[in-house]
Design a binder for this molecule. Structure first.
Ligand SMILES: Nc1nc2c(ncn2[C@@H]2O[C@H](COP(=O)(O)OP(=O)(O)O)[C@@H](O)[C@H]2O)c(=O)[nH]1
Ligand SMILES: [Mg+2]
Length: 368
């Protein structure tokens, strides 16, 4: 029997990992075995760690996007099949990546027809940046080229899911639904909250459908796409935090995010997504997120931990120079650790601008 392949798209910080986690629990409750594949431009993924810490089976494709590492994606899926024997694979692509129908979905459907049954492609809409981008407000937080990627992601979707409705009031939801409906006519629009689970019955119903999905091949300019992606500074780093006395891990994560948000404002670098995971030596953990420059940091998973030692992973995607981002992250982590009487020692650090996407396969027309 073929494995159901469900990919959930959307911009950085839209709620993909939260959605994947909720969907995994939904399929498990139906008695299905679930495997997850995460993806990032660099190594040391917060997403992989936070999903694994929830007891989920996760493989990752680090170092480039699914489209450029298509064979790795198939290889990681193969590892899941060999181990957990999943009925459903949930895949989360890089949030700055688009053209996934032509480069991932169509090749999977065409080259692995007997092996995978590909679900409709749902793309999450991120209200914070999305509203400004769809209103064509130049500020939008991002440059027009980054906004181009944001819109292309929605254009290839079989369904657009307006996420985070728990944070919106009814007139805002109406305005967003109207803007999305006008700019992406013919695409079903769902409203959901990955945090509360609202709207997930409709989402899972949609994802269970079979038929002519994953066929919207984009008309896309790869120069604009590459330039838009390269405007983002990317940093993945790990640090060991040690202290003579117990410290409050949740408070430390929140302080780091708050301080970093201020740094990014000073650098005039819009935050696409800053995420932190702090883990004690027993693998209990806390997760913190910041998804735009004008919203508050969120402790998405408080731990209540007071360790003396912890591992910290920082994944930052900010529209600024990677070297400046790396310097700020190191400064802020050290300064905030010092405030709670701890020392931060960085173990790994990778900062970069995503390179030009060069897909392994690209289908100019939908075959399947
Ligand atoms: N309030 C609220 N927060 C959400 C929702 N979905 C995701 N988040 C939060 O937004 C942040 C980014 O979510 P994440 O799933 O990591 O986004 P990703 O970058 O698309 O994978 C985290 O702090 C999540 O807890 C939602 O529906 N409502
Ligand atoms: Mg994610």
């Amino acid at each position: 029997m073929s494995v159901r392949f469900v990919m959930i798209g959307g911009f950085l910080g839209a709620g993909k990992t939260t959605t994947v986690s909720r969907l995994a629990r939904h399929y498990q409750a139906q008695g299905k075995r679930v495997g997850i594949v995460t993806n990032d431009q660099a190594h040391d993924l917060v997403d992989t760690n936070s999903l694994r810490s929830q007891g989920l089976t996760v493989e990752e494709v680090p170092g480039a996007c699914f489209c450029c590492r298509f064979d790795d994606l198939v290889g990681r899926v193969g590892s899941l099949e060999a181990g957990a024997r999943p009925d459903v694979i949930l895949a989360e692509p890089v949030g700055s990546c688009t053209d996934l129908v032509a480069t991932v979905i169509q090749p999977l459907k065409d080259l692995y027809a007997g092996r995978f049954e590909v679900a409709p492609y749902a793309v999450l809409f991120k209200p914070t940046h999305g509203l400004r981008i769809l209103r064509n407000q130049t500020a939008g937080g991002f440059s027009p080229k980054a906004a181009y990627i944001f819109k292309k992601q929605l254009e290839e979707a079989d369904a657009i899911v307006i996420n985070r409705i728990d944070e919106l009031d009814p007139p805002q939801i109406e305005e967003l639904s109207r803007l999305v409906g006008e700019q992406f006519p013919g695409t079903p629009v769902l409203r959901a909250s990955a945090a509360s689970g609202a709207g997930f019955d409709a989402l899972t119903e949609l994802l269970d459908q079979t038929g002519g999905f994953g066929r919207k091949i984009l008309d896309i300019d790869y120069d604009t796409y590459a330039e838009g992606e390269a405007e983002l500074g990317w940093l993945n780093a790990t640090a060991r935090i040690t202290s003579a006395a117990p410290f409050d891990l949740d408070a430390l994560l929140t302080a780091i995010l708050t301080d970093l948000a201020q740094s990014c404002r000073t650098l005039d670098g819009e935050v696409a997504h800053l995420k932190l995971i702090g883990m004690d030596d027993a693998s209990a953990f806390a997760v913190g997120n910041l998804v735009s420059s004008d919203t508050a940091p969120q402790l998405s998973l408080p731990s209540g931990l007071k360790p003396r030692e912890a591992d910290l992973i920082v994944n930052a995607r900010v529209a600024t120079a990677p070297a400046a981002l790396e310097a700020e992250v190191k400064r802020v982590v050290a300064a905030q650790a010092a405030k709670v009487g701890a020392r931060a020692e960085f173990r790994t650090s990778q900062s970069l601008r995503p390179g030009r996407p060069v897909p392994t396969h690209r289908y100019a027309e939908a075959k399947k």
